[in-house]
Ligand binder design. Structure first.
Ligand SMILES: Cc1ncc(COP(=O)(O)O)c(C=O)c1O
Length: 469
């Protein structure tokens, strides 16, 4: 132990968060329709498995792309030797055009401003290395993606200060919450270097309103700090209001050539929109040349392999395919989301109204034995171990209100989703019956206790004037 670094032995990775613990429990006993029908159903993993058939049929139609061939000729050697950290120009072009397509072509992106990274995980960490010193802080609205504790803090030494959002306004960011977070950082003697938001939000599944985005731009302008917009879920917006990228807001406000233009950075990845987390394809988009140059050099530590870039440049530059994929994928997500919401409703559970993402933000406050995080953990354990559903408790997302859970819907078959809802309904029915019986029992006990106490009080504390307490 003594010979290892502090980083290797410290506990700040977040591995012991209930978010990751749930995954470990699932690994021990994974549900399988045939092999293990009583196993745990994984609903804590934001994977998009709804549109694989579209990708697979494109691969069938375009065998050269995955076969390392161009016009029928092998380019194996070319790909095997390619290691330029600037990335394949054809892939960068295809990626920025795909990003514009997702934003309804309201904004365009320049290939000279994009840096390829091994997923959004690497993109977010790289931005921390570029924008902050160890011990400086970024403000993040709560609830937030649990992986950020690892991605933003662990190796960089950067601190996260929460912007406390609440259910009172659907967890939207307010001017007051931003200011309070800034003050809290100052109280903790942390220099604030920026705000990081996820739009659409993980775990809320909601898009940010123009009002919130404008608030953010005003805030970072006033405080002279950065803004990172993690737009990894931008292609998953399946209902109105549509997605508004921070780039669109900057354009609308004519921010080009202003200082703030260089302080806004976008993170993107193909892990969610294309459902390819295993391919490790992410990107940083920044208007600041120095950030782009530094991040490009840093990307040596997490490059995207050349065969992945080659394959995906062919796939994404097939415009017709890309457009059809985006709209069909959204349709499927919308339908799946509806199935989850109605399944939850049948179990008497509601969730935050959402229009994006691969999950719902589910309100189980009424099922808590008390309004505490201990009770949230108690309920979560029952849901994982007894009901056999792995969902993510709000506390793992740093939510300030106990009783909220993130439930994923796009990483399983429709039948599995149906089964998960049956299990949940049976559980809720059983505990509401128990709670009902308990409360009946308790009210009998209470009324007995009341008459007993009244009687005792009458003996000892009777008002001498009225005969009443
Ligand atoms: C908001 C957010 N950012 C980043 C990531 C990491 O994504 P990637 O697989 O591209 O590293 C995730 C994954 O769940 C996420 O939800």
């Amino acid at each position: 132990m003594g010979l290892l670094s502090g980083k290797a032995t410290c506990n700040t990775h977040g591995q012991d968060s209930s978010y990751f613990l749930g995954w470990q429990e699932y690994e021990k006993n994974p549900y399988d329709e045939v092999q293990n029908p009583t196993g745990i159903i994984q609903m804590g993993l934001a994977e998009n498995q709804l549109s694989f058939d579209l990708l697979e049929s494109w691969l069938d139609r375009n065998p050269d792309a995955a076969g390392f061939k161009r016009d029928g000729q092998s380019i194996f050697r070319e790909l095997a030797l390619f290691q330029d950290y600037h990335g394949l120009p054809a892939f960068k072009k295809a990626l920025v055009e795909f990003m514009s397509e997702i934003r309804g072509n309201k904004v365009t992106f320049d290939t000279s401003k994009i840096v390829l990274t091994a997923g959004a995980t690497s993109a977010n960490e790289t931005l921390m290395f570029c924008l902050a010193e160890p011990g400086e802080a970024f403000l993040l609205p709560t609830p937030y993606y649990p992986g950020f504790d690892r991605d933003l803090k662990w190796r960089t030494g950067v601190e996260i200060v929460p912007i406390q959002c609440t259910s009172l306004n659907g967890f939207q960011i307010t001017e007051m919450a931003l200011e309070e977070a800034y003050q809290l950082a100052q109280k903790r003697h942390l220099k604030v270097k920026g705000v990081l938001v996820t739009n659409p939000s993980n775990p809320l599944g909601t898009t940010m309103s123009r009002n919130e985005l404008n608030l953010l731009v005003n805030f970072i302008t006033e405080k002279n700090i950065h803004l990172i917009s993690d737009e990894i879920y931008s292609g998953t917006v399946f209902s109105s209001p549509g997605f508004v990228s921070i780039m669109e807001i900057l354009k609308d406000r004519n921010c080009e050539n202003t200082e703030v233009w260089n302080r806004v950075h976008i993170v993107y990845s193909l892990s969610k929109d294309l459902g390819l987390p295993g391919f490790r394809v992410g990107a940083i988009y920044s208007n600041d040349d120095t950030v782009v140059a530094a991040a490009t050099k840093m990307s040596s530590f997490g490059l995207v392999s050349s065969q992945t870039q080659y394959l995906l440049s062919a796939l994404l530059s097939d415009k017709k395919f890309a457009q059809n994929y985006i709209s069909e994928n959204k349709k499927r997500l919308k339908q799946r989301h509806r199935k989850l919401v109605s399944g939850l409703e049948k179990a008497g559970i509601s969730c935050l109204k959402s229009n994006a993402g691969l999950f719902c933000w589910v309100d189980m406050r009424h099922l808590l034995s008390s309004n505490t995080f201990e009770a949230e953990m108690e309920l979560w354990k029952k849901i994982v171990y007894d009901v056999k559903l792995n969902i993510s408790p709000g506390s793992s997302c740093h939510c300030t209100e106990p009783g909220w859970f993130r439930v994923c819907f796009a990483n399983m078959s429709e039948d599995t989703l149906k089964l998960s809802m049956q299990r949940l309904k049976a559980f809720v029915d059983s505990i509401t019956t128990t709670l009902h019986n308990q409360s009946n029992h308790q009210s009998i006990k209470n009324s007995r206790r009341r008459s007993f106490t009244k009687w005792v009080f009458r003996l000892s504390f009777d008002d001498p004037m009225t005969g009443e307490r």
